[in-house]
Design a protein around this ligand. Structure first.
Ligand code: PXP
Length: 242
């Protein structure tokens, strides 16, 4: 049976706009409250090492005020681990991070970084945080996630979104196969990156995927139709595909 599909709204780029002027407006925490009212099932925020958008204070305020689960995206560093352990968010998604990149490029190499990730996953789990690993749709990475004891993987949909035609269809097949493999092994499957109204349906239709995390497009679209409407329309596109 196909399970319900949750929408996690990533509010990073509300902070990008705020930080363009260095003040307090627009406030991503206000956007998070509005997203919750508009039907978001969770809020995702990436505290990057260079603090280019979300700040430590944003994470503290989100932790204090959110009425829906917070998913903290974090690099696998001691600094981020300490912050996560201080706030104990509902979920933490471990992502690769390069300072010079514009956005998260590719998934984390869970297989290659096994020794480094092992104590982090264990510490987060012990704190009661649901750990997810942002990975490429690849059997080797799912095997590593399983050995690490990560209860969740988030499949990187960036390449699928960039490609078209037969190459997109191939990438979609890889995503569907990876989702089936992870779920068969008891790992919960999320997906995200680059999703829009136009490309979300085939991903939402993968039966094992139970959560999509979407940010840039929803915040951009909010300029034209408002955040509540952009979320409602994405929700409808996801539900129609299910
Ligand atoms: N999931 C993860 C793990 C991400 O790093 C990001 C980007 O911050 C997203 C989802 C959302 O991607 P987008 O902003 O392209 O919707």
């Amino acid at each position: 049976m196909t399970r319900a599909l949750r929408l996690g709204v990533n509010i990073d780029h509300v902070a990008t706009v705020r930080n363009a002027r260095g003040g307090a407006y627009p406030d991503p925490v206000r956007a998070a409250a509005l997203a919750a009212e508009a039907g978001a099932d969770g809020i995702t925020a990436h505290l990057r090492e260079d603090r280019r958008h979300i700040t430590d204070d944003d994470i503290a305020r989100l932790s204090d005020t959110l009425t829906i689960p917070l998913n903290l995206e974090m690099a696998a560093t001691e600094e981020m681990l300490a912050i996560a352990l201080r706030h104990r968010p509902h979920a933490a998604c471990i992502v690769p991070e390069k300072r010079e990149e514009r956005t998260t490029e590719g998934g984390i190499d869970a297989a290659g970084q096994f020794e480094r990730l092992c104590p982090m996953v264990a510490a987060l789990r012990e704190a009661g945080t649901r750990v997810s690993l942002f990975i490429e749709p690849d059997a080797r990475q799912i095997d590593a996630a399983l050995r690490l004891g990560a209860p969740v993987v988030e499949l990187h949909t960036g390449l699928y979104c960039e490609l078209d035609g037969a190459r997109r269809a191939d990438e979609l097949r890889r995503l569907a196969d990876a989702a089936a493999l992870a779920a068969k092994n008891g790992i919960e499957v999320h997906a995200g990156h680059g999703l829009t109204y136009d490309n979300v349906a085939p991903i939402a239709a993968i039966p094992q995927v139970v959560e999509l995390n979407i940010g840039h497009f929803l915040i951009g679209e909010a300029i034209f139709v408002g955040l509540a409407d952009s979320i409602a329309r994405m929700r409808a596109a996801m539900d129609a595909a299910r």
